[in-house]
Design a protein around this ligand. Structure first.
Ligand code: KG4
Ligand code: ZN
Length: 370
């Protein structure tokens, strides 16, 4: 089965055609073609994504990208329904509706977060022998949630951010440090440089070593809090960390007074704080859910430090849990993940084509997926 998928939830315009089939152990996928246009450069001027600008760009880019796909004959069209920026989502939905009507194939609405989660389970083009329950940590610019999947396509959010998404925190702190949007990769690069200089790797001797007491102090004396580290749930909070970063920077005399080394150290301390928070909450979530598979997904899942740190801590504390890391190419927003989620649903026999008009749903939760 071949699905043509469209993704326009935020600032990436993506189209992909993915073929999928059932295998004795699960599913296999082949990405036949994919195209992605990022608007990040454009939004960088404003330091964030502007919904109406995103909409205009998607409207401009979709027909251009589609030129490469116009001779394809898919069995269905899949499109991101939400969550995301509604004006942006609408452009993809309208485009997909027309395509589905023209080629008289079903139109499948897909949840963007389900796309992140399902595509993160794909390894070498296959999803095989998945052990349930699956715990997913979805970390992106708009979301931060622990999702429990006890059976295919049934999701329960067992913890989430009470305020900002972690990607947003990365982007805001990056902005304070004078780094361009999206700031996550820049913070990550600087933090790695700072660790290389101080000789500290991502993995400390004991996974909880630097969790003791909450704060850690770096060589340059920068110390940021780890909000909600010890609360007995799987929720997280990043707005306090962001504000603490702002005050810490002000107390140090402002960004213009800092040396390159101090800025890198600041980035490292921020990333350490994020790493400590997710380590503690992941261990709690694994304990609570007795999950057999742990997977991370979303844009922030590209972060090397988090990948390494979570990998090490899960291997040590829950050696029986299989830790699945998404391929780097799939972490950011793209249409391949939407195609894979749609194929996984269809090949599992779910009759999920829309019986009614598909509406863009900016706040659509993964827990409402049926
Ligand atoms: O999933 P995504 O591409 O878009 C949303 O659905 O939000 O996530 C984008 C977010 C941005 O906040 C970006 O800064 C962050 O992912 N990000 C990273 C890294 N690469 C992307 N954050 C930390 N480290 C990275 N290497
Ligand atoms: Zn995303």
């Amino acid at each position: 089965m071949k699905i043509l998928a469209i993704e326009t939830s935020c600032d990436e315009t993506g189209i992909a055609i993915v073929e999928g089939q059932k295998t004795p152990e699960g599913l296999s996928f082949a990405v036949l073609k994919h195209a992605l246009l990022s608007q990040a450069q454009l939004h960088a001027e404003y330091g964030g994504v502007y919904p109406n600008l995103a909409k205009r760009e998607h409207q401009k880019n979709l027909p251009i990208l589609f030129e490469q796909f116009k001779d394809e004959k898919p069995d269905a069209i899949a499109v991101t329904q939400g969550p995301g920026l509604e004006p942006a989502l609408w452009t993809g939905i309208e485009f997909a509706k027309k395509l589905a009507a023209q080629s008289q194939v079903p139109l499948l609405p897909i949840n963007h977060m389900e796309g992140h989660l399902i595509s993160s389970l794909v390894k070498d083009g296959k999803i095989e022998n998945v052990q349930f329950p699956v715990l997913g940590l979805l970390i992106s610019g708009g979301h931060t949630e622990f999702v429990l999947m006890r059976e295919w396509f049934k999701y329960e959010i067992i913890g989430e951010t009470l305020d900002d998404a972690v990607g947003e925190a990365f982007d805001k702190v990056a902005r304070m440090l004078g780094l361009p949007y999206p700031g996550g990769p820049h913070i990550s690069k600087l933090a790695a440089q700072a660790r290389a200089i101080s000789g500290r790797s991502a993995v400390s001797n004991h996974p909880l070593a630097d969790l003791q007491g909450g704060n850690s102090t770096s060589a340059a004396g920068i110390s940021l809090p780890r909000p909600m580290l010890n609360t007995d749930n799987c929720d997280v909070s990043f707005s306090g960390l962001k504000t603490a970063a702002l005050y810490a920077l002000r107390d140090m005399g402002g960004i213009q007074t800092l040396s390159a080394e101090q800025i890198a150290d600041f980035a490292r301390e921020f990333e350490d704080a994020v790493g400590d928070i997710f380590t503690a909450k992941t261990l709690r979530a694994l304990e609570k859910t007795e999950a057999k598979t742990f997977v991370i997904g979303g844009g922030v899942a590209a972060n090397s430090y988090l990948r390494e740190k979570l990998g090490a801590v899960v291997a040590k504390e829950f050696p029986e849990v299989e830790f699945k890391l998404p391929e780097h190419s799939i972490t950011g927003d793209n249409a391949i993940m939407i195609g894979e989620a749609a194929l996984a649903r269809r090949l599992s026999g779910l009759e999920d084509e829309s019986k009614e008009e598909i509406r863009a749903m900016g706040q659509l939760s993964i827990s409402s997926a049926k």
